[in-house]
Design a protein. Structure first.
Length: 278
């Protein structure tokens, strides 16, 4: 089971759920990979149990997420080489991380509206579709490409203009150069489900696995391999101890869910240990 079907009732339970889910993904990747639709389904079960939205816009967005996940699996079959980092495993990592954070918010008695949960799942599923590997050469280069690919599915599943714009903007806001500004926008504001806080949740889900002590170094190495493949000038640095320290120091965590998962402390301990060894 990719995501153990358990109810996390404490911080330690949630941390174990997140860790075991990420490990399950790695045990399956790539030779026993069940496919992104299975991951989306597992996330749905963790969020809604056996009673997901069955009609209305939330149901349509979930259907679009399944379809887009299946499309991404088909696309992967046509690639001679999938990027080492920006691949289907990364998408699954981000989906699992988002799901765990939504479960934390629910445990904190935050009302997680079906529409926002479904929109977030769809945005995270599609945020790196067609990612060629490497890094943007201009603002939102790869994100615009992902949004363009997603439009067909938004139309096919009759996602209205309001939610289409929200999902597209969530994807565009994953450009790494915008993340600091995205966090700045929620400083001093109470958490609620709106575009600013949803953007922060997506940004955090995008890098949560990379921020972990358990999986982060391997993911940094995969990014280094990808950047070498794409002749990125920083490929010799990103996978080193110094490169990881720089990455960890750049991270921001603002949502109540990321704070409840102790992400700032997890990152600070890694920086301390790595700095001592440099």
């Amino acid at each position: 089971m990719l995501i153990p079907n358990v109810t996390a009732t404490s911080r330690s339970d949630t941390a174990r759920l997140w860790s075991s889910s990420l490990q399950n993904l790695r045990s399956a990747w790539p030779h026993h990979w069940p496919g992104l639709p299975v991951v989306v389904r597992a996330c749905q079960l963790q969020i809604w149990g056996d009673q997901p939205p069955s009609d209305g816009i939330a149901a349509h967005m979930l259907q679009a997420a399944y379809a887009l996940a299946a499309h991404m699996e088909s696309l992967s079959q046509s690639l001679s080489q999938e990027p080492h980092y920006h691949n289907r495993l990364h998408t699954a990592d981000a989906l699992v991380s988002l799901t765990v954070m939504l479960c934390v918010l629910n445990r904190q008695h935050e009302v997680v509206p079906d529409e926002w949960a479904a929109a977030l799942l769809l945005a995270v599923t599609s945020h790196d579709v067609l990612h060629p590997g490497g890094a943007n050469s201009y603002l939102q280069e790869f994100e615009l490409q992902s949004v363009k690919e997603l439009k067909l599915w938004l139309e096919r599943y009759e996602i209205n203009s309001h939610w289409s714009r929200c999902i597209e903007q969530l994807i565009l806001n994953t450009d790494p150069s915008l993340v600091q500004t995205n966090h700045d926008k929620v400083i001093g504001t109470q958490f609620t489900f709106n575009m600013d806080w949803a953007t922060v949740l997506v940004n955090e889900a995008d890098i949560l696995a990379s921020a972990s002590a358990e999986f982060g170094q391997d993911l940094g190495n995969h990014l280094a391999q990808e950047w070498q493949w794409k002749d990125h000038p920083l490929h010799t640095i990103v996978g080193t101890a110094g490169g990881r320290v720089n990455f960890l120091k750049s991270l921001r965590f603002s949502s109540p869910a990321a704070l409840a998962l102790n992400m700032p402390l997890i990152v600070a301990k890694q920086v301390q240990n790595l700095t001592a060894g440099i």
